[in-house]
Design a protein around this ligand. Structure first.
Ligand code: SF4
Length: 187
């Protein structure tokens, strides 16, 4: 797995609304919108794509969004359909879908997601739980609960039988499938 620069906040944490834009993560058919709308959408998609492409979490984010969590929204230069295509190629079935894009910060007054807490932890590894809670606008106990859950998941993974771990695709295999997508060439 790729080691990321943990001191950088990913663009999706700063501008989460762009990554929730339904027209980006589930694009309409070209024939169903006007030329002007298509042009605007293409420009917006290219801008978000560039942000993901330049994000230090990109490879880690792509791998997790394809292999570990079925996130909604645009993530790691891919739409939901793109990620389904990669899973289909690799024979992956995700068990627990998530309603929040990986890496996205909390939006509105809803509950803070596990992914948002972990992204903030990656971005600010030296923060206390209290500081992370301030950044996420949630309680310290919520942050502690999600960090404890992450520790427990890591522990559970360490107990997986060897064959389960071996059945996970490599990062290179995921990247190879990604490179074949039209989305990987958006500029
Ligand atoms: S969606 Fe993933 S790759 Fe894109 S900016 Fe967020 S963390 Fe980075």
């Amino acid at each position: 797995m790729t080691i990321v620069d943990a001191t950088t906040t990913p663009p999706c944490a700063s501008e989460p609304a762009d990554y929730h834009d339904e027209q980006l993560h589930s694009p309409p058919a070209r024939a169903n919108i006007t030329a002007a709308e298509w042009e605007r959408l293409s420009a917006k998609r290219a801008a978000v794509h560039r942000q993901c492409a330049g994000c230090p979490l990109m490879i880690d984010c792509l791998y997790r969004a394809v292999v570990e969590v079925d996130v909604s929204g645009y993530a790691a230069c891919t739409t939901e359909f793109d990620r389904q295509q990669i899973r289909h190629r690799l024979g992956i079935v995700i068990q627990q879908p998530s309603a929040v894009p990986f890496g996205a910060a909390r939006v509105g007054g809803g509950p803070v997601s596990h992914e948002a807490v972990m992204t903030m932890r990656h971005a600010y590894p030296k923060d206390t739980c209290h500081q992370l809670a301030d950044r996420l606008d949630c309680s310290t106990s919520t942050v502690k609960r999600h960090l404890r859950r992450a520790r427990e998941q890591k522990h559970d993974e360490s107990l997986l039988p060897r064959e389960s771990i071996a059945s996970r695709p490599s990062v290179d295999a995921v990247l190879d499938c990604f490179d074949e997508l039209e989305s990987s060439r958006v500029a």
